[in-house]
Ligand binder design. Structure first.
Ligand code: SF4
Ligand code: SF4
Length: 185
């Protein structure tokens, strides 16, 4: 592994689509909706801290309503996995439009102490078998990582705007309307 390449090949074991909860950004949601025609209300769910593991309770993307917190996730079935996992082929049915998080899995960015780009390796604790029988170019991965970082920062701004609203009858789904309004503006 080095600066320009990382050894990895996805063997489509479907672990990441079956056992991992995918957290899209609003831009992922809009891309999926526009390219598939599906209504985000049908493919999203809103999870409380008790319903998801591995997300820090202080994460900046929690929507706060009253005393409860919710995070936006792709809908999934406990046994069958992600809403978009084709039940017969076990492949992603929206592969070309899938969230950035799915595209970056299981890669991990390597940076120097000063933030210098050092390449990519594979996450150790994500359940992927991490087969290394092929080679990925890291340049597109880095572009994708930077794009995702930008979207995450904008996502946090939208969440902060939502959390500042004081309407008593708010529901987590109302967050959809907020980011659709911002994109239209
Ligand atoms: S969107 Fe596709 S790649 Fe991402 S978790 Fe769902 S099925 Fe897997
Ligand atoms: S867990 Fe790893 S090998 Fe399995 S489908 Fe996901 S990326 Fe591919």
């Amino acid at each position: 592994m080095g600066l320009h390449q990382v050894n990895f090949k996805c063997h489509h074991c479907d672990h990441c689509c079956r056992d991992v909860v995918c957290l899209p950004t609003p831009w992922d949601v809009l891309r999926i909706a526009m390219n598939t025609g599906q209504d985000p209300h049908d493919f999203l769910e809103w999870l409380t801290p008790e319903e998801i593991q591995g997300v820090d309770k202080g994460d900046a993307t929690w929507l706060k309503i009253g005393g409860e917190k919710y995070i936006m996730a792709l809908r999934r079935d406990e046994k069958l996995g992600c809403h978009f996992l084709n039940r017969k082929t076990r492949f992603c049915s929206i592969y070309d439009h899938r969230p950035n998080l799915c595209r970056l899995y299981p890669f991990r960015l390597l940076e120097g102490r000063d933030g210098t780009y050092k390449g990519f390796s594979l996450h150790k604790n994500v359940g992927c078998p991490r087969n290394r029988d092929s080679v990925y170019d890291t340049a597109p991965l880095y572009d994708l990582y930077l794009n995702d970082q930008m979207h995450q920062a904008d996502y946090v701004k939208l969440v902060n705007a939502f959390n500042r609203q004081r309407r008593a009858d708010r529901k987590p789904e109302d967050f959809l309307d907020l980011f659709i309004e911002v994109v239209k503006a």
